[in-house]
Design a binder for this molecule. Sequence first.
Ligand code: NDP
Ligand code: GDR
Length: 365
Amino acid sequence: MKTALITGINGQDGAYLAELLLEKDYMVHGVKRRSSLINTDRIDHLYQDPHDENVRFKLHYGDMTDSTNLIRIIQETQPDEIYNLAAMSHVKVSFDTPEYTANADGIGTLRILEAIRILGLEKKTRIYQASTSELYGLVQAVPQSETTPFYPRSPYAVAKLYGYWITVNYREAYGMFACNGILFNHESPLRGETFVTRKITRAVAAIALGLQKKMFLGNLDARRDWGHAKDYVRAMWLILQQENPEDYVIATGITTPVRDFVKMAFAEVGAEVEFSGSGVDEKGVIKSISNSEFSLAVGQEVVRVDPAYFRPTEVELLIGDPTKSKTKLGWEPEYDLPALCKEMVASDLETFRKDHKTQWEHLAG
Ligand code: NDP
Ligand code: GDR
């Protein structure tokens, strides 16, 4: 049985990856940091009683800013594969917490690599580093591939740039099987609520159910190459199963503006949304309705721009070239953006309906 260690196990990708590795009969260890409230919702269905002798899923308290603890966990678990997914992953928030972001996302990666060296596991343990399309930043060329130059545009991206290069350096200096997956944006019903797709699908569901009036967004012109997290964690695993350690771009090759994702999400509840105005005065209004099940009205203003969500420096256009991962890894995504959007809106509708029902049941009881 192979053993994997996942940092950031209770994040979006950690949850899907843990599920995938358990299906593949791995022993899965996860690093979870202490929080005042339990925040393991995404992985609760994977929980196994640690007293069970056949347990294959185990959580360990840890933090990317504490090397003593990372060394101890790696020593105890002796992993064949480490997936370093833990990070302060919100680009806008990284402008507010730049030093912490550098520590967790940049130096945190070094701590993992150095722990492997200190423990003499260079030949045993393979390492996946969660690199990002944010490295490309200010557009140098499109579509972006493994050879496109980087120009990071946020403290998050600069921290991840360090993570990228220290991974390459440890591979070259010490012969470690250490790889970067340069993943473009990937989303799912498990996506954090403050990333733009999930913010939109949640708001669409809440507006459709009459629980919210409108949503406030930032830059509607930004374009992203969005895929499904389930497809992307499969690529992470494939990257570590190859004969040689290499870096790979994982993307769909299709880019979509934020504005169009809003339209796509409203279409899922039968509403056609039209945008007018520009810059901070742009707004989205319902033009027509084809589903009377929801609390929506023609003429209702459902989107406003709020400059509070603008970034000091923005990444305007991301579009990835997945040729290498398709040819070398044999990776193919199973979801396209409309299917992803459909799943996210349906999931948020279900959640709000359930929560709402619970409230009513509570009042009734
Ligand atoms: P999430 O934000 O959903 O999850 C991040 C995880 O990291 C959470 O479990 C979080 O814990 C944990 N974490 C944060 N800081 C620390 C710390 N100091 N010590 C230990 N754990 C910590 O991100 P995703 O799952 O979406 O992304 C996974 C990784 O992939 C990240 O590194 C991200 O930067 C990168 N990435 C993501 C892309 C995407 O589109 N999703 C694209 C490219 C790269 P807690 O739950 O306690 O906050
Ligand atoms: P990103 O994702 O910054 O690409 O980083 P996010 O969903 O936050 O933003 C995508 C684009 O949408 C624009 N935008 C808004 N973004 C948010 N969050 N909220 C808004 O209200 C809003 N309005 C417009 C943004 O300006 C941006 O252009 C994600 C993270 O998962 C990173 O960890 C990962 O590395 C990259 O994707 C690839």
